[in-house]
Design a protein around this ligand. Structure first.
Ligand code: AP5
Ligand code: MG
Length: 196
């Protein structure tokens, strides 16, 4: 298996690049934001609880998202070449929990690719997406809170992987195809070194 974390602030292009990467590499896409929004739209107990945090630009409690990932890993355990984690882990606690969930399944995170985008560009992209997305958190007030939450709780996760020699930072501004090519060159170099 080859397991990748696509990391970056809200609006950095994690979802956009994940779509291209899963097509190219045949990996499974696990995006906690998408999973949570699906629970919200089905009005499950988990969804109703999560909605309060999402609408307020705050992170959903760790145990909720860790539990969701745990059951997704079980669901796909025999059928995947690897996984792209998008929007997870988002706290150091989630990163430590993910290490354990993967170790229990005899695998690990191989690489984190972090998309770097300035705050102005993030806000501009998300406001623009908000005109069509219907997402409850794509408004200026919630976008600002999401960025604050990212800086205080999520940014330290990059360091967690840097300390383990697994972090590659990529410029996330420019044409989508160009950014995809930069990610591909990191993965291809890395994949050839681990399969030799
Ligand atoms: P989540 O859904 O993960 O949202 P996010 O991290 O805030 O990021 P986005 O999905 O908004 O942006 P993205 O990086 O995917 O960018 P995209 O490709 O869409 O999380 C939502 C909420 O769920 C959280 O706030 C939290 O409450 C909860 N949650 C989720 N996971 C959690 C966890 N692990 N723990 C706790 N809580 C959790 O691109 C953005 C826009 O820019 C698009 O319109 C796109 O077309 C455009 N764009 C992309 N690339 C480019 C480019 N190169 N040039 C120009 N435009 C571009
Ligand atoms: Mg996304």
């Amino acid at each position: 298996m080859y397991n990748l974390i696509l990391f970056g602030p809200p609006g950095s292009g994690k979802g956009t690049q994940s779509d291209l990467l899963i097509q190219h590499y045949g990996l499974l896409h696990l995006a906690t934001g998408d999973l949570l929004r699906s629970e919200v739209s089905k009005k499950t107990t988990l969804g109703l609880e999560a909605q309060k945090y999402i609408d307020n630009g705050q992170l959903v409690p760790d145990e909720v998202v860790i539990g969701m990932i745990d059951s997704k890993l079980d669901e796909h355990k025999d059928s995947v070449k690897g996984i792209i984690f998008d929007g997870f882990p988002r706290t150091v606690e989630q990163a430590a929990a993910l290490d354990k969930l993967l170790a229990d399944r005899n695998t690990e995170i191989h690489q984190m690719v972090a998309l770097e985008v300035s705050e102005d560009v993030l806000t501009q992209r998300l406001l623009q997406r908000g005109e069509v997305s219907g997402r409850s958190d794509d408004n200026l007030e919630t976008i600002t809170k999401r960025i604050v939450e990212y800086k205080s709780k999520t940014e330290p996760v990059a360091n967690y992987y840097k300390e383990r020699g697994k972090l590659s930072a990529i410029n996330g501004v420019g044409a989508i195809e160009e950014i995809f090519n930069s990610i591909k060159s990191v993965l291809d170099t890395h994949l050839s070194s681990i399969t030799q």
